[in-house]
Ligand binder design. Sequence first.
Ligand code: ADQ
Length: 735
Amino acid sequence: MRQILLITGGVMCAIALIVGSFTFYQANREELSLSSDLQYRTRVLADSLAESIKQLLMQGSRMAIQKTVDKIASNERITALWVFDSAGRVAAYSGTVSDVSGSALAIRAMDSNSSFSEFTRNGEERAYVFVNPIRQGERTIGALMVVEKADYIDEAIRSIWRENLLRLFLQLLLFAAVIFVLVRWVFFRSILKMVESLKAVRKGNSEIDAVPGTSFFEPLAGEISKVTMSLRQARHSASEEARMRLEKIDSPWTAERLKEFIKAYLKDRPIFVISNREPYVHNKVKNKIEWSVPAGGVVTALEPVMEACGGTWIAHGSGDADKATVDAEDKIAVPPEEPKYTLKRVWLTEKEINGYYTGLSNEALWPLCLMAHTRPLFRAEDWSEYKRVNAKFAKTLLDEIRHAKRPIVLVQDYHLALVPEMIKKVRPDALVALFWHIPWPSAAQFNICPWREELLFGMLGADLIGFHTQQYCNNFIDTVGNEVESRIDYERFSVFRGTHQTLIKPFPISIAFPGIAEGHGKLDKTVLTVLGIKSTYLVLGVDRLDYTKGILERFKGIEFLLDKHPEYSGNLTLLQIASPTRETVEKYREYAMRVTEEAVRINKKFGTKDWKPIVLEKRNYTHEALIHLYQHANVCLITSLHDGMNLVAKEFVAARRDEFGVLVLSQFTGASRDLKGALLINPYSAEETSEVLRIALTMPKAEQNKRMKTMRDSVRDYNIYRWSAELIKALSQLE
Ligand code: ADQ
């Protein structure tokens, strides 16, 4: 209140000062103008009288002079009129003022031979006196004195002040009222609202989305909203971490425990997984049909879950013998050796594969989300195919769940972003989760996607969207905030569109450990000899042949190391297992070629007759074979330029039953947040990669052991069974 009075008082003083100065100026100008007007008029009158008086004076006709004087003096402005003779005696007088010492003034004018004037004041009365000598040739024969009223000038000035002061008073009254209302209701109310919102956010009130502000305070309110949003996100991350820490006290999750958990938690609700990639591919090899597990993180992660829980997995049948192995409903029981769940295959035409898979998924969405400096290609025809194929997958699933009560649907990855909305529209009773296996870019980066709104609508059809890290969740929430009309609850990290709620949550994906990822049996000593590797030091890389995995950068790091430390020549080998992938995409074909060329170049530069620094195996390995390689490696080197999680890192850790070996891991992987015992690198710096590699190769056993134990503990604690349990728990709690 005091502040409002101060502001109002200050503004009023300023206005009073301005109006006062203007009135003073206006009054001065008015006085000047009226005075000079009076002077001019009197002089003109005196001059015109002087001529006729002169004639009468010369004739000595006092009567006539008096008559003329009387006539002129009847003018109401003229107070008095005198005519003096040359001796200064009064020759004629008419008027109401008699005590003016007229003759003295007349004599003074006649003596100086020039007219004379002054303003005089007598009490309240003010007058203007003008004396003009009357001349005949060189001789002064008399003088004429005119006295005019000047009171009206004072009155005019007074009235200016009076009017202006009255106006000022009214203005001040009006201004004070307006300022008071504006400050009180507009500014103070907005500020009070902002303060209240801030207070509520500080106290953890989740209902507040954005700090309100009038248009005047919009920029300030916007900035404050951002700060409060960061605060909520930080608080949310902290509570998530606390939740994860707390739950780690539990005994390890196993396939059995997950099975029990699902039974208890979901009762008889069936589970459906829907993904692009199938867990088992059947191909014709010579005249036989053989099956294999395709390389890729989605399959690695979800296969153990499905084995534990049963259910149906719907995926694209991509093998050339897939059709020959399914039943009339396109289904096959898997794993082929010991069936535990059903795989239902979806068939796609070549056109659909080109548009939906090669084009939109791998040439647009993959580079858009991975941010590895490859430009996304957005083609309208790919987008049409993408929508058509998503609808095809959704329809297959809807047919499959037509008799299922309240089914649980787990949609996988960026290939099927539109499926959640398509399912929920028809089956609102289904609980739908979408897990996004790759990073989510910043809102600004996602903004370049021409179909961003439709994609987000599709995704937000889900009840739950999972990402690997809190950072990706934050990016997603920011993107939704920028692109979609919705209400965001930052406390629970939910997006509301109408009455539909989508929970956004991090679930750092993992592997089956303890379990199949550990491997069993003894260390196979022959695996390296088969590959012709005799070096003391084995550095291992395992990836799909994908440009985001930084295989060329990895080679550069090895080259740098050998240049700088020639002592490793002849006794260090990088074994790169690279599974061909997405070969229909031009960028991948180019990349595969460059990887081979680089390996050849570096081998030429350093290699000898019986030693190659790089052994490149461009083929698919079984998981058992990979486990043997992991167990032999001194260092597992992961140089992804960007990676949602990276399961190879966790597989390496799980396979190291001996608790030795060093993990060198790109800081741009989701795994770098989980695996605290790894040595982190920036793969864009070959120098840094080589230096950290040298540290890894010379790391004392005790240090290796300490780090490996830490990492194994964390993968054991947060394995794929727990990932799945947490996801299903969060999903079913939404009902
Ligand atoms: P990917 O990009 O495929 O997965 P990653 O997590 O490393 O990456 O998983 C690759 C899987 O393929 C591993 O299980 C690995 O063993 C296997 N693999 C790689 N090369 C192989 C080869 N030559 N032969 C056989 N198997 C091979 C996506 C995201 C990741 C995320 C996963 C899971 O890009 O960031 O971690 O999904 O969400």
